[in-house]
Write a protein of this length. Structure first.
Length: 212
């Protein structure tokens, strides 16, 4: 029996997406699943919205990591993106190296043994090939889950095409479950994905993010 596919859409700068991605890695150790990491963008999602000035500045500075991420997927493959994303997250999220995102992106390319010239797409250029690819990947997530969400988005049972599989925003976890706890959470979410009438669960989040 082949491993069950599950696709996780992340924006590299989102700490909640990072936590979910680590949970999925733990789940893959105890369940027969085949995770794929794909790219969505909070910058794309929030275009044209009236937002707090500080959050808008953060989003304006988030195009670069997302553009680099989609360039890695497009030219090197999803496995290469997963390597870069791990190297990026260990520095940016866990290590707190957030003063210079471009420098962290470059360091992560080196750590993931990817071509240094990939950073050339970092600066946003509206309508260029990287911008088009980023929006298409983002739209692939949104077409499955709707636009009243953030990151991450998880999709079960799809084949990689738009609107395939059943997708949800989340899960939002802190800390990331490990071992059998990670497997049980995956089982529960996968079960929910088989119920056509299920849409959402939510409770208020308390405390900060636990990267342990």
């Amino acid at each position: 029996m082949s491993a069950r596919p599950v696709e996780l859409f992340v924006d590299p700068v989102c700490p909640f997406a990072w936590m979910t991605s680590r949970w999925l890695l733990h789940a893959a150790k105890v369940r027969d699943i085949a995770p794929t990491y794909s790219v969505m963008s909070l910058s794309v999602l929030n275009e044209g919205r009236d937002l707090d000035a500080d959050y808008r500045r953060m989003l304006d500075d988030s195009w670069g990591p997302a553009r680099l991420a989609i360039q890695i997927v497009s030219t090197q493959g999803s496995e290469a993106f997963a390597r870069w994303y791990t190297a990026w997250g260990e520095r940016y999220h866990v290590g707190g190296q957030q003063d210079d995102r471009r420098a962290v992106a470059v360091a992560a390319l080196e750590a993931a043994e990817l071509p240094a010239e990939l950073i050339d797409v970092y600066e946003p250029v509206a309508g260029d090939a990287t911008d088009v690819a980023l929006r298409a990947s983002h739209d692939s997530a949104i077409s499955r889950v709707g636009d009243e969400v953030g990151t991450p988005v998880i999709s079960f049972g799809g084949d990689g095409t738009a609107q395939s599989g059943t997708a949800y925003f989340g899960p939002v976890v802190s800390p990331s479950p490990k071992g059998e706890d990670a497997g049980r959470l995956f089982d529960a979410l996968e079960t929910l994905s088989t119920l056509d009438g299920f849409y959402e669960l939510k409770r208020s989040r308390t405390g900060g993010i636990d990267f342990s």
